[in-house]
Design a protein around this ligand. Structure first.
Ligand SMILES: [Zn+2]
Length: 187
């Protein structure tokens, strides 16, 4: 592993803006799809069935005719062993796949679902523009589905395939507004 990265991953230094360590920052999450306004509070997953209209829960979001599932976009980090940059994101899926996922999750059989087409529903800094076509792979054991970008002409596809260099990782964290000097250098 890159020695500089290895040192950062075990460092106790914290980001001045949010108080997180570097190790904590390589796992970021969006609590809702970009299209879902902050007015919606996160409810229990059962609200998908009990509430009519727009709803946001831990794993599901429904806005008008649009259906979203929480997923994980994992970006490999080069020279970092198994360490990945994990972005908790949302995926736009069909109504059928949304309901399939809901009932299979209820029965604890979501790992039998197989991959489904999806669209990334959160803008990723440095990779703005049209959201890329993707697919989600539901997983068991309470893990969010894996999201793989399949649109080969999209910059996120390239990034997911070739992995992030250390500098790319720092650029992403900076683009998310974190205070790099407080993480990289002793005060
Ligand atoms: Zn921060």
């Amino acid at each position: 592993m890159d020695p500089h990265l290895a040192r950062l991953l075990t460092s106790q230094r914290t980001c001045r803006c949010c108080g997180a360590t570097f190790a904590q920052l390589i796992s970021l999450s969006c609590d809702r799809p970009d299209i879902c306004s902050d007015e919606h509070i996160v409810q229990d997953n059962t609200a998908v069935l009990t509430e009519a209209g727009d709803v946001l829960t831990e794993d599901f979001c429904r806005i008008g005719d649009l259906h979203f599932l929480r997923a994980v976009l994992a970006l490999p980090i080069n020279n970092a062993g198994e360490t990945e940059f994990i972005l908790g994101t949302w995926a736009s899926v069909t109504a059928d796949d949304f309901h399939d996922y809901h009932s299979l999750l209820d029965m604890g059989e979501v790992d039998t679902m197989g991959s489904r087409p999806a669209w990334l529903a959160n803008t990723i800094p440095l990779h703005e523009g049209q959201p890329p076509a993707a697919k989600i792979q539901p997983r068991g054991d309470g893990q969010y589905p894996d999201l793989d970008v399949v649109e080969t002409s999209h910059s996120l596809h390239t990034l997911q395939q070739r992995g992030l260099e250390f500098e790319d990782l720092l650029e992403m964290l900076y683009a998310y507004g974190h205070d790099l000097p407080s993480l990289l250098y002793d005060a």
